[in-house]
Design a protein around this ligand. Structure first.
Ligand code: FES
Length: 184
């Protein structure tokens, strides 16, 4: 038990009165302390969730912005080429760089950027990699296959097309944005 006493002393040094102002038991002290610490920790955990709920575009990866992938439009042909690039990932308390990859090519005036992640079970597809299936994206894990535009080939394990990136051209340079999931 903690006890605070207000003691009034006269000019002559004589104690005139003792006044008990406030009592706090050990149990109350621990309750107040733990409640305060618990509340602080809960606020730290909940605030990022609230932020994500209010603005899903911010997401865990912070991928709402387009990023330069280091090539220009005039370097592209109708042959898909594998491009590696980095995106900045904003987590609640820190930033980091995440490596990403895209198969990019030109289809007439349009620029196509496909995710290399197989939509069956997530292995990596390669372009024109199996001599039995030329001019197709091929997944070595279970013989999954996709057309040049990413459409899954019926009779192979994947049941939907490859995901596709948003593409922008700025001053001739290629920028990629969000990955968009396409349905069968
Ligand atoms: S993971 Fe690609 S076919 Fe199964």
């Amino acid at each position: 038990m903690c006890e605070f006493v207000l003691r009034t002393v006269s000019e002559g040094g004589k104690v005139v009165s003792d006044e008990k102002k406030h009592r706090v038991s050990r149990r109350q002290f621990l309750t107040y302390t733990l409640t305060g610490v618990g509340g602080f920790m809960a606020a730290g955990m909940i605030s990022p969730m609230v932020r994500m709920a209010l603005d899903p575009a911010l997401g865990a990866t912070g991928e709402s912005d387009f990023v330069s992938v280091g090539i220009t439009e005039d370097q592209l042909t109708d042959e898909p080429q594998l491009v590696n690039f980095q995106v900045e990932v904003d987590d609640a308390w820190y930033q980091s760089e995440q490596a990403q990859t895209a198969w990019i090519y030109k289809d007439g005036d349009e620029i196509i950027a496909l995710s290399p992640t197989c939509t069956h079970l997530g292995c990596t597809v390669n372009w024109d990699a199996n001599e039995n299936y030329p001019e197709q994206f091929y997944c070595p894990c279970h013989d999954g296959r996709f057309e040049r535009d990413g459409t899954n080939i019926p009779g192979t394990p994947p049941t939907r097309p490859l995901d596709i990136y948003e593409v922008e051209v700025r001053d001739g340079a290629i920028y990629l944005g969000q990955i968009i999931q396409r349905n069968a």
